[in-house]
Design a protein around this ligand. Structure first.
Ligand code: IPE
Ligand code: IPE
Ligand code: MG
Length: 257
């Protein structure tokens, strides 16, 4: 995007929001329940978030559901999460389709059970022509994996002689990355009180606004989401410029509109 367009898009809603949905385990533990209880409750927040973004007309919502590091968790928690994912996919896809949502799963799916991979393919095929919200679910996703797979794709093209190494640009790298055809990431939210990215969208978050909230994911309702959006709208995005340059660009925009 050219700078003018980036600047002019500020003070308006984000086009692309991503969320690190953290805090399910602590939410359950605070209620003396098993961690799985928190994951199940978290599905309600996912539903709310999808509805809220559709209602606001946000273009893309990207949710971090399972990181490439989450395999390190106890085996029973990993299987609970897989089962929940499979269940939610089966149960919710028709409704998503009815609501014109286009579903994409980003991440390395090869490590998932065949049944899950098949369900993912069916869900993506069913919703691929929808024109409403892009809903991206990151599963076995890692930002470093994403950059690495982009590098591999381009390296293969160099090896075949189709591309020169010197022709590799940031734009070409971006085009191999997950969600390349969608709007740039504007807002990255993390619930659960920690201040880290945990290997989420490393490349795509280059100029995203970051928003951290102590609210645990199962408590992240429409009110909490609205607060994050309001905070985003109030910020000045400078993209390397000075505040004065940005104000001037915005004044020029106001004068012509
Ligand atoms: C986020 O909640 C969900 C996943 C990582 C799958 P957590 O399970 O990490 O919850 P906390 O951080 O332990 O509370
Ligand atoms: C990040 O949460 C991954 C997801 C929300 C899916 P984690 O709970 O796994 O992150 P860390 O381990 O605290 O950094
Ligand atoms: Mg966590």
């Amino acid at each position: 995007m050219v700078l003018e367009a980036e600047v002019i898009s500020q003070q308006s809603l984000p086009k692309h929001v991503a969320i690190i949905m953290d805090g399910n385990g602590r939410w359950a533990q605070a209620r003396k329940r098993p961690r799985a209880f928190g994951h199940k409750k978290g599905v309600e927040s996912v539903r709310n978030a999808v509805q809220f973004c559709s209602k606001l007309g946000i273009e893309s919502l990207t949710l971090f559901a399972f990181s490439s590091e989450n395999w390190r968790r106890p085996e029973d928690e990993v299987s609970t999460l897989m089962e929940l994912f499979l269940y939610v996919l089966s149960k919710e896809v028709k409704k998503l389709h009815k609501n014109n949502v286009k579903l994409t799963i980003i991440g390395d799916l090869s490590r998932f059970p065949d049944s899950l991979q098949q369900r993912v393919n069916e869900a993506q095929a069913l919703t691929k022509d929808n024109t409403g919200l892009y809903l991206n679910i990151a599963a076995n996703y890692g930002g470093r994996w994403d950059i690495t797979q982009a590098a591999q794709t381009l390296a293969a093209r160099v090896a075949s002689g189709e591309l020169q190494a010197s022709e590799i640009t940031e734009k070409l790298m971006s085009e191999q990355m997950a969600m390349a055809e969608q709007a740039d990431l504007d807002l990255l939210i993390r619930t659960g009180g920690d201040y880290r990215i945990s290997n989420f969208l490393l490349w795509q978050a280059a100029y995203a606004e970051l928003y951290f909230t102590p609210t645990l994911w199962p408590d992240f309702d429409e009110q909490a989401f609205s607060e994050a959006i309001a905070c985003y709208v109030s910020r000045e995005r400078r993209f390397g410029c000075t505040g004065e340059q940005i104000k001037q660009l915005l004044a020029e925009k106001d004068a012509t509109s």
